[in-house]
Structure formats: structure tokens, C-alpha cells
Ligand binder design. Structure first.
Ligand code: MN
Length: 257
């Protein structure tokens, strides 16, 4: 099994090191990760600056780009083979509900999926690396079980996995979930720069709004590993017929009054 690992916290982040260490004895593992923290970069690609790849002493490669850049260039020319699996993470903090839209961790995994490779985004729920060893062991267990069950094959899929920061013996079994929803983000934070300009800092993500049973928020709060299959199609299928009626009245020239 050949595994490509990336992340969004950067190649030096404890999460990507732990994921690599957990899998290096059971697969051929290659790490191609961003040079710097790229959280919330989603699927962004760098189009207007050249990308450089550097290799460091532990064999990891880093790129002066985004998580999606890393997977993109790895799959389209950097690697001389096609990995069986793309993993992203383990992220420092939850990627649940609306987070998945912004997440660079999910973005890296989605890039693998878009190129037809089964891909998993791993995140720890709390942002403190507590019990990272347990999260890595869980990730290893999941990958090995999927491999044994022949789930890692020609059919691509995209999974989002969130792991509570608990010791291994307290982590409850994997629960299949839908994404919850968050409230809108906290307000932007403004400060004065030393030169008197106003600086704006994006506020924190909002708290959970829909954390009902069946959601990733609910499962992880109960100590379960939450797993959500994701798709890329953003079409609002539920409202296609509503919009069909509405859209039929749109786009005609406006009659002057
Ligand atoms: Mn991150």
C-alpha cells in the first residue's frame, strides 16, 4: 500500500509526524505538506507564484504552497507512482460541520479524491495535541481495517474523520455521522497597527448550532470517532424543482415601465 500524507498545519506539525510514524511500518508513506500553517485554505491552488519542493532530513517534503497544492503537484508530476490512499492531518482542531468548507485539511483530502484516489481527512477535536498518540493509533487502525476489507481500491471516496482528544482506551467506536452546523462566526476583531491603520482579524468559528444526534458534533461529544462521507457536488438537490419554477421567470428582458 502506498500512502501520500499531507496536512494544513505545516510539515513540522506534531499531527503529521504522528500520522506518518503510525503508518510507516505498514505502508510506503510519503509526506508532502505545506511549509507554513495553511489552516482555512480550503481547496485553494497557487496560480501566480512558482512552487518549490524541499526535502528535509526525516524524508518529508514541504512546499511553499497550500494543502491542495501539495496533493495536486504530488499526484500530477512529483511522485512517479499513484498512491492508493491520500491522508490529510492529523489536524490541530475539529473540522466538523461548516468547518469542512474552509478546512485546508479537508481541502488536501478532497484534492486526492478529485484525482480519483480514496482520501481521508483526520482531525483531533481539541486544539492542544492532547492524546495525539491515541488519534494516530486510531487512524492506523482505521486504515488497516479498510485495507483488509478491500475498501482501498479503484473507487474513490472522501471521508472526514474527527477524533476526540481522549486516551486510546476511552475512545469509543467509529460512528458514521452527517455534518452538523455551526452558528455564524464570531465578529471580526479590529486592532490598531503601529502605523495607526486598522487591522482586521477573522473571528473564531461559531459554536455548534445543529449538534443533534447523528451529527459529528454529537458523536465526538460522546467520545466516539466521527466519520462522515463527503461529496464535492454542492448542488442543492432538494430545491432543484423550486428553483426550476423560479428560474423559468428569470433571464427575460425587463420590460420598461
Ligand atoms: Mn489546521
Amino acid at each position: 500500500m502506498k500512502i501520500l500524507i499531507s496536512n494544513d498545519d505545516g510539515f513540522q506539525a506534531p499531527g503529521v509526524v504522528a500520522l506518518y510514524e503510525a503508518l510507516k511500518d505498514v505502508a510506503e508513506v510519503e509526506v508532502v505538506a505545506p511549509e507554513h500553517n495553511n489552516s482555512a485554505k480550503s481547496n485553494a491552488l497557487t496560480l501566480h507564484t512558482p512552487l518549490y519542493v524541499q526535502r528535509v532530513a526525516n524524508g518529508f517534503r514541504y512546499v511553499n504552497g497550500t494543502p491542495a497544492d501539495c496533493v495536486h503537484i504530488a499526484l500530477t508530476g512529483l511522485l512517479d507512482y499513484r498512491p492508493d490512499l491520500v491522508l490529510s492531518g492529523i489536524n490541530n482542531g475539529a473540522n466538523m460541520g461548516d468547518d469542512t468548507i474552509y478546512s485546508g485539511t479537508v481541502g488536501a483530502a478532497m484534492e486526492g479524491f478529485l484525482f480519483g484516489v480514496p482520501s481521508i481527512a483526520f482531525s483531533q477535536v481539541e486544539r492542544n495535541w492532547l492524546h495525539l498518540d491515541a488519534a494516530a493509533a486510531k487512524a492506523r487502525e482505521l486504515v488497516l481495517q479498510m485495507f483488509e476489507q478491500n475498501l482501498i481500491g479503484a473507487t474513490p471516496w472522501l471521508l472526514n474523520v474527527n477524533i476526540p482528544n481522549l486516551p486510546l482506551d476511552q475512545l469509543k467506536h467509529v460512528k458514521l455521522c452527517r455534518l452538523g452546523r455551526r452558528h455564524a462566526a464570531e465578529p471580526v476583531i479590529t486592532q490598531q497597527s503601529p502605523r495607526g491603520e486598522t487591522m482586521y482579524w477573522i473571528g473564531a468559528a461559531g459554536p455548534a448550532k445543529d449538534d443533534a444526534e447523528g451529527t459529528d458534533f454529537h458523536a465526538t461529544a460522546q467520545g466516539h470517532v466521527a466519520m462522515t462521507p463527503l461529496k464535492v457536488d454542492l448542488t442543492d438537490h432538494d430545491h432543484l424543482s423550486y428553483w426550476a419554477q423560479t428560474a423559468s421567470k428569470l433571464g427575460n428582458p425587463i420590460k420598461s415601465a
